[in-house]
Structures are given as C-alpha cells and as structure tokens.
Design a protein around this ligand. Structure first.
Ligand SMILES: [Zn+2]
Length: 249
C-alpha cells in the first residue's frame, strides 16, 4: 500500500513537471512574438518561391473585426510576419470592411517567417508579400458561419464541393459575394500602400460560382488576376482559403 501511494505521488509530481516544462517551452517559443516591435519599413527580395524579407513586420494577433487563425501558427511556427506594406494593406482593408460589412468577421491565415524563406506549410510565402485568408462561410439564411473558424491550423484541411458546400455540413457554403468584398477591399487598400494584387489563388472549380456574384464581376472588371491553372495538390488546397500575392508598384 505504501509503495503504491509513493508511486502515485511520484507520477503526479512527474505530470506537474511535464506541464510546467511544456508551459515554459511554449513561453520561450512565444518570446519573439511577445516582444517584437515593428519599426520602419520592410524590404522584400527575390520571389514568393525563393525570397527573403528584411525588417519584417509582425501582424497583430487581432483587430476589431478580424483575428489571426491559430496561436500555434502565430507563436510557435512564427508564420505571421510579412512586409510592412502588406500589414498596412490588411489593416486598411479590414477597416473598410468594418463599415461596408459591419456584421462580418474575418480570419487571416499564414503570412511568412521573420526573415522570409521556407515555411512548414508553404512552398511560397517566402518574401513577405503573400498572405492566406480564410473564405467566409454562410448558412442557408445567409448568416455568417463562424463555428469552423476555431479549427485553426487544421482549417487548412476543411473540404468543400466544387459548388462551395462544406463537405460534412450541407447547410454551410462559401460566401462568394463576401469573399469578393474582401478581395476588393484588399485591392483598394493595396493601392494606397504602393502595392497591387499580383495573383489570387482560389480553387479553379469554385471560380464560376465566384464570378457569378456582383463582387466577382467587379473583380473581373478590375482585371484582378485569379490563377487559371494550378498543380492538382495546390488546386485542392485552395477551397477553404484564398492565397494572395502582392507586388510593389
Ligand atoms: Zn498561401
């Protein structure tokens, strides 16, 4: 009996240490984000597929109508850094959406690493001029569906049909009209920050539904380029989020 009590006590002590060490490790890993200061402006060099970023800016974790999608990606994988012009563009776009779509909230997904280069999940995103944004979703009444947004890093694994219906919930669809509003707001904010949208990636099979909306038509009219051909794997990944590449004007 005495031995069993002793063993239990030892195990409980071990568990406490394990939790303590895990919290300590997480805190150490998060230090760079918790103490990072954005100063001056950034310089991007190379391409999105082979590039670098100097004096990166860290995206804030959240704003009044938007938030970053995953603490794991933000604090541990360090993937929320981008060119200062992209940070200003995102903030400007969300500020505009606060007025035009006051009831909607938005999620920013991965940007890139502090000095650019490869990230865990992306071949591109290397020069600080790329960002992923979650597609807005709606129910049958047109109300925004937010319940899948918390899935965080694994949100990258949500799947939709070619008509934009969430595979495991037939009453949840991509809100293509709102997705268009987001891209238009980004386009306007980019111009104010000396950038232009170089390319948007959305799964090819979703584009006909997207272009059928009024905002989709405006995007076509403005000549904002949506990728026309994609490798199969890249194409299949871009149903739950869009990828946006900016370029400096
Ligand atoms: Zn991307």
């Amino acid at each position: 009996m005495k031995i069993s009590f002793f063993l239990k006590k030892q195990l409980s002590l071990k568990r406490t240490w394990l939790v303590f060490i895990t919290i300590l490790l997480l805190a150490v890993c998060s230090l760079s984000e918790l103490t990072y200061q954005n100063t001056g402006s950034s310089q991007s060099s190379g391409t999105v597929g082979k590039g670098k970023l100097n004096n990166a800016h860290l995206l804030p974790y959240s704003g009044s109508n938007w938030r970053y999608f995953s603490p794991l990606s933000y604090y541990i994988l360090d993937d929320a850094y981008c060119n200062s012009k992209v940070v200003h563009t995102l903030k400007g776009a969300f500020k505009r959406l606060e007025t035009t779509l006051p009831k909607s909230t938005w999620r920013v997904m991965e940007c890139g690493r502090q000095t650019g280069g490869k990230t865990l999940l992306h071949k591109t995103h290397q020069n600080g001029l790329s960002v992923d944004l979650m597609v807005p979703k709606k129910d049958e009444k047109g109300n925004q569906v937010r319940r899948y947004d918390w899935i965080g890093l694994w949100h990258y694994l949500l799947e939709f049909t070619d008509e934009g219906m969430l595979i495991f919930n037939a009453s949840t669809d991509i809100d293509f009209e709102k997705l268009g509003s987001l891209i238009l707001a980004l386009d306007d904010a980019a111009k104010k920050n000396d950038l232009r949208i170089k390319m948007v990636i959305l799964k090819i099979e979703l584009k006909d539904d997207f272009y059928a909306t009024s905002t989709g038509k405006e995007i076509k009219r403005r000549g904002i380029y949506l990728a026309k051909y994609l490798p199969d794997w890249t194409n299949r990944m871009h149903d739950d989020h869009i990828h946006v590449d900016f370029e400096v004007r």
